[in-house]
Design a protein around this ligand. Structure first.
Ligand SMILES: Nc1ncnc2c1ncn2[C@@H]1O[C@H](COP(=O)(O)OP(=O)(O)OP(=O)(O)O)[C@@H](O)[C@H]1O
Length: 368
């Protein structure tokens, strides 16, 4: 799967543009503030209906413009194609179109266009709150396990119900016990999918990491959100009083986490920024391999400011791994010299010069 065409209007500083990217490696280069990240924002918007830099979409809409719009033509296996479109105005109104039909949710876009983002904020996957790692984990499970989403929706419903009961006590005991049973069933199902996913991810992650950097003592493990030796139903009943005092359910898959440790320490505490970036790249590349294996379409990689934090040797190792993934990749950088050469001769590479919000394709070898 790759974007064979993308049209962008009203996104940050970009002039309206239509591009025909390479199905493999795309390099966007240009001075600071020229609009390279803005193109990645546009692709991100198309795949997830949200910005990667801000929780609000308002800042992505170009000043003075009423709305931003992104269209993409996606090439699929066996010569098929799909058309995606998203438009968002200043009042917050969204329109998502998939193959000429209005889509109901952003999850449909995410399924149609799996995206992986690697940017200078990526270290947050290690340093940030567990929620960021759960999002990472669930992105992977969602893209390889079709039963995950319905189980997740059941969990959310049962959890909302329980939390409301903890706060207001509006249900009788028997009805709440039925909701708790539903909560435990959905939780066990989610735990099973997540566990199977981590088991598949771990060896791919370890191999990928070894190709990038020597960090032998790094381990990845999964915490399911409650004691591994006890049933969730038992944990819920022993913690009921405390749950009622704080007004929400403390144990369950909504508390799951991934733990990355280097020996006895948390990886976030001891790894350098560059090493952290490489660990995150290995995790995200490993996820791409699993999506490819699941044959639910390859994901598209958005790599903002690839060189930052990395020395020459690690930049090259990262480029090799991205190239070996057999996915479409969009890379931004200020200085593109090191990215021009070194790709295999059969890898289609496209370069785009970004200048004051204008994007123009560059014929390799003709740059100034
Ligand atoms: N809503 C907006 N409307 C118009 N311009 C905007 C808007 N939001 C941001 N900009 C401007 O868009 C420009 C491009 O930003 P972008 O992050 O794409 O640059 P970049 O090429 O990735 O730069 P760098 O190399 O510094 O990361 C910036 O000058 C920024 O101030």
């Amino acid at each position: 799967m790759s974007l064979s065409r993308i049209s962008v209007t009203g996104v940050r500083n970009l002039h309206p543009v239509t591009l025909s990217p390479s199905p493999r490696i795309n390099i966007l280069y240009g001075a600071n503030g020229s609009g390279k990240t803005s193109l990645l924002e546009a692709v991100h918007l198309l795949g997830l209906a949200r910005s990667f830099r801000s929780t609000r979409l308002q800042p992505v809409i170009q000043y003075e413009q009423p709305a931003c719009t992104v269209f993409g033509q996606v090439s699929l296996a066996e010569g098929n194609q799909s058309n995606l479109g998203i438009s968002r105005d200043r009042q917050g109104e969204f329109q998502i179109r998939i193959d000429g039909q209005n889509a109901r949710s952003a999850a449909q876009l995410a399924e149609a266009l799996p995206l992986q983002l690697i940017n200078p904020d990526s270290f947050r996957l290690l340093e940030g709150a567990p929620k960021i790692r759960r999002q990472f984990l669930d992105w992977g499970v969602f893209h390889v396990e079709p039963r995950f989403m319905p189980a997740w929706q059941r969990l959310q419903k049962a959890l909302r119900q329980r939390n409301s009961w903890l706060r207001h006590g509006t249900l009788d005991g028997a009805s709440q016990a039925a909701w708790d049973r539903e909560l435990c069933l959905a939780s066990n199902e989610i735990d099973e999918y997540r566990r199977a996913y981590i088991q598949a991810l771990k060896p791919v992650f370890e191999r990928t990491l070894a190709d990038l950097v020597e960090l032998d003592s790094l381990t990845l493990s999964y915490y399911r959100g409650w004691d591994k030796d006890r049933e969730l139903s038992e944990v819920l009943s022993t913690s009921l009083l405390r749950d009622q005092q704080i007004g929400h359910t403390q144990a369950g898959p909504q508390r799951a986490d991934l733990r990355l440790r280097s020996g006895a320490h948390s990886a976030a505490d001891i790894l350098s920024r560059g090493q952290q970036k490489l660990v995150v790249c290995a995790l995200r590349i490993a996820q791409g391999h699993l999506v490819n294996q699941a044959k639910r379409g390859q994901c598209i990689y958005l790599v903002d400011d690839l060189p930052s934090e990395l020395d020459e040797q690690h930049r090259q190792a990262l480029c090799r791994l991205l190239e070996d993934l057999d996915c479409q990749v969009f890379i931004t950088c200020v200085d593109h010299e090191f990215l021009r050469d070194g790709w295999r001769t059969d890898t289609p590479v496209a370069m785009f010069h970004v200048e004051h919000g204008c994007i123009s394709p560059t014929i390799i070898g003709s740059e100034a």
